[in-house]
Design a protein around this ligand. Sequence first.
Ligand code: GDP
Length: 328
Amino acid sequence: MAAAPHDQVLADAVTHRDRRALAKAITLIESTRADHRAQADALLDALLPCTGQSLRIGISGVPGVGKSTFIEALGLLLIGQGHRVAVLAVDPSSSVSGGSILGDKTRMERLSINDAAFVRPSPTSGALGGVAEHTREAMLLCEAAGFDIVIVETVGVGQSETAVAGMTDLFVLLQLPNAGDDLQAIKRGVMELADLVAINKADIDDAAATRAQAQISSALRIFAFQGSHGHAAPVLKLSALKGDGLQAFWDAVQALAQQRRDCGAFDTRRQAQRQAWLWDIVHARLRADFEQHAAVREALPRLLAEVDAARTAPTVAARALLDLFEKH
Ligand code: GDP
């Protein structure tokens, strides 16, 4: 699709690293208006050749674990080393309640005002699927704007971790020093997603952090929570507040990324993510079409009532609905 002239102006401004143009472009992709969507698609098409060059890092952890403190400290360290760092958020709470677990725009103030950084809060409308969708697109726009590190932050609620792990190259789980005391509390599924675990706030109780490090490391080994590449995820200690362990963390991230590039797993993961992205959109669209289909809507209450009352088998009702959808 060729970009209309005004879209080309915006695309050029993004590739010239204009942060305001980037913010405007992200607002465009978050819009629900059909004409905006068409413009957004043209923009993404125009910018696609300039995307894909960043290292995409997902970061998750419960509220209060220190995500924003960590991302700000890491971001500033990396900018000091010549990188450009974008931070995006997937916060399902903001779309459900209008309130946000990840907090308001005052987070990461020092990072936000830095010219080599771009910090964008989570879109506030839409279900998780839509929020994740917009974040994936925003990630591409950030890459086109020359950010070589894109961090996607999320909270440990619902399916958001799976969504973020599915759009990043490495997924990092932040934990508290007492995490090892109650391994049951750590959701197994989330542990399995982690490529790297970092125990934050080690400055408060270094002995506890070391204990947690040992316990989580052995749990990762014993339960064979292996990363997709045959190695248990490394477990590190750090203090985001004091800045301790940040360089070691970054070294570990780079080592992991290099390992994966060398064995081809890096590209395989990206390829799988692109395919999954395509199917996500197809499924979401089919589902929306199905739910809005007149004949389906008309028959649905009756069939649901029959299924509830165990008078009709769910499979039979489902087939009846699909028949209506396909034939009308
Ligand atoms: P988030 O909700 O995960 O984004 O957590 P925040 O970054 O907002 O941090 C929650 C609180 O923990 C704040 O009061 C931070 O100052 C504090 N905090 C974050 N990292 C550390 C750390 O490494 N050590 C200590 N002692 N406090 C920390």
